[in-house]
Write a protein that binds this ligand. Structure first.
Ligand SMILES: Nc1ncnc2c1ncn2[C@@H]1O[C@H](COP(=O)(O)OP(=O)(O)O)[C@@H](O)[C@H]1O
Ligand SMILES: [Mg+2]
Length: 413
């Protein structure tokens, strides 16, 4: 009898593939419910079973689920994609499978709701306003003062998140966001945006399971006005006070939001006044952070998440203490990727664990100012933070991405 592990869509930044692989390793048959499985290149490469479903509609997903249940046993249902975790949680609840509280997950998808809730519980968040017109955005910006951040109320991967230095920039970006009718996945976009004070300082993410902190990741961001994540180090190097302050605030945050089930990924800035919450993602981290955690301490968060959603016992016991760093590859200018050199040389650097390319030669690169600009990565480990850092930087220096100018009619229909 087939033991299904049902995935509702997948993230596109790496861990989706690892989830399916880990499910197989646990004797489960992964099946991906997707509106358009072709958006995930790994599906064909890994021969992953897919069912075409309109995943924007819960009834359709439920019908697909029921059909699978007549064909075997559904051991669990989950999603590695921000956009579908609430749907997976809701179906898990209806089918009496393990899962987070769907209401809490659904509410968390709304960054404004998170902000109101945390402010009510005196948890430090940036000053913020919710605007539904560019004029209102301009007025709120005046109250907050510059610089500030304008962003969608829901989203992921820094899509649409912009640093603004003055009223003109706020008006232009607010107009742009409010004109959007659909998000990245084709679902209706919200008619409101957030105007927030800019929180300075270094950015970290705290990886938790339940209310337990598994580790803290240091993040590196690209040039403003965008917030492209360019790399991460895990575990972050922190003083005991810094670590305790972050852990404390994250536990309070999870409790305030009604979370505390399974994996979560909380982003924060360590400002001069202490930690300020940027957002909580009630799911496992993306950006290969689970891989960094695994290389650093032997805890496989993907495996444990699968165990958790299939009612198995979870172990978060660290097996060793190493250090891992990942750096993402981004072309420097717009154009067609005409050559990527030095991959083998980068792989040969001592300490490098993986070098991965997400885009092929011939791919047209149009900078978007978010995670979609990343075309690959280098991941390295070491016995000290310096060792991991040196290895990743040396490997990055070996790689060259050639971009050639696209003919003016490139991409025309
Ligand atoms: N108020 C803020 N102050 C400083 N940086 C911010 C603020 N809001 C967002 N950012 C930056 O933008 C990134 C993306 O914003 P976030 O709200 O996490 O959106 P997403 O859901 O797309 O990840 C954050 O990781 C952070 O670097
Ligand atoms: Mg974020």
């Amino acid at each position: 009898m087939t033991n299904w592990l049902v995935f509702v869509e997948s993230n596109t930044s790496g861990t989706g593939r690892l989830f399916a692989k880990a499910a197989r390793e646990q004797g489960l048959t992964p099946v991906l419910l997707s509106l358009d499985a072709a958006r995930y290149p790994y599906v064909i490469e890994d021969n992953l079973l897919t069912v075409e479903v309109d995943t924007r509609d819960q009834h359709s997903v439920l019908a697909a689920y029921r059909k699978l249940a007549t064909d075997g046993i559904v051991a669990g249902i989950t999603s590695s994609s921000e956009y579908y975790i609430a749907m997976a949680a809701s179906i898990a609840e209806q089918m009496r499978l393990p899962g987070p509280e769907p209401g809490a997950i659904q509410r968390c998808r709304d960054k404004a709701w998170q902000r109101y809730q945390l402010r009510k519980d005196n948890i430090p968040v940036p000053d913020f306003y919710l605007a539904s017109s560019p004029i209102a955005a301009g007025e709120f910006a005046q109250r907050i003062g510059y610089p500030l951040v304008v962003k969608p109320v829901s989203g992921s991967g820094s899509i649409g998140v912009r640093f603004c230095r003055n009223r003109e920039q706020v008006l232009a970006h607010a107009t742009h966001l409010l004109e959007q009718t659909a998000n990245e996945r084709g679902s209706a976009a919200a008619a409101q945006i957030l105007i927030e004070a800019y929180a300075g300082g270094t950015e970290y993410s705290v990886e938790t399971f339940g209310l337990e902190v598994v580790g803290i990741t240091r993040k590196y961001l690209g040039a403003l006005p965008n917030f492209v994540e360019m790399g991460h180090d895990h575990p972050a190097i922190l003083s005991a006070e810094e670590r305790e302050a972050m852990e404390r605030v994250v536990r309070e945050t999870l409790k305030s939001l009604g979370l505390g089930w399974g994996p979560a990924h909380t982003e924060l800035k360590l400002t001069e006044k202490g930690p300020v919450i940027i957002e909580v993602n009630p799911r496992l981290a993306g950006g290969f952070i689970p891989e960094l955690v695994r290389f650093s301490c032997g805890v496989d968060l993907i495996r444990e998440t699968i165990r958790f959603v299939t009612s198995k016992e979870v172990s978060l016991t660290k097996k060793y203490q190493r250090y891992s760093s990942i750096r993402f590859l981004l072309p420097e200018e717009e154009g067609i990727i005409s050559g990527i050199w030095g991959i083998e040389e980068a792989k040969a650097v001592s300490g490098v664990e993986s070098v991965m390319l997400y885009k092929p030669n011939g791919w047209m690169f149009r900078p978007q100012g978010d995670f979609r600009d990343r075309i690959g990565h280098v991941l390295a480990c070491g016995n000290s933070p310096g060792e991991a850092l040196e290895a990743v930087e040396e490997a990055m220096r070996k790689i060259t991405i050639n971009v050639s100018q696209a003919p003016s009619n490139f991409g025309d229909q």
